[in-house]
Design a protein around this ligand. Sequence first.
Ligand code: RP5
Length: 181
Amino acid sequence: INPILNIDDENDTSTTSSKNIQPLVGIIMGSDSDLPTMKACAEVLKSFDVPFELSIVSAHRTPMRMVEYAKTAHVRGLKVIIAGAGGAAHLPGMVAALTPLLVIGVPVKGKSLDGVDSLYSIAQMPRGVPVATVAINNSTNAGLLAVRHLGAFMPSYLQKMQEFTERQESEVLAKVDKLDQ
Ligand code: RP5
C-alpha cells in the first residue's frame, strides 16, 4: 500500500501522522478532490494524538488497490477505517464488505444533488454489511467516532474523549453566561 498524501505538506510523501508509529486509523477517500472535506477528521485525530495514515483509494478507478487495502488493513494493525467518497459513493460499503474492521463512512458533497446521493450510497447498506455513516461532509464526527471506538479498549483515548466533551460543554456554557449578562 502506498499512501499518497500528508495533510501537513503536500510535497511530503510520508504516509502517517507520526512517522514510525503504527497507525491505528486508516483515512481513505475516493479522490484528492475529497481532501478538503476529509482534512477535518485528520485534524481531529491529530488533536487526540491518534496515529493515522491517509491515502486515496478509489472503488471505481483503483479497484484492486481498494481490495488490497481493505483485505490487509487489520493485518497491518489498523483498528478502524474512515472512508470518504462522493457521488456514487461505493468506497465505504465495498471496504466494509472486505474487512472485519469498523468502517466509518463520510458522504462527501459533490457538484450536484447536494451530497444526498453520497449519503444514500453510504447509509443504505444491505443487512449484514454495516457502515457507520456520519452527516454529509462531517468528517469531524468521523474522527470523533474513531477516537470513541479506540477508547473502548485503549483507556488513554477514553480519558481524552471525556476531557474533550467536558471542554466542549464548558465552552458552550461560557457562551450562555456571556449572553445572559
Ligand atoms: C468519487 O467521485 C470521489 O470520492 C469524489 O468525491 C467524486 C469525484 O471525484 P473527482 O472526479 O473529483 O476525482 O469517487
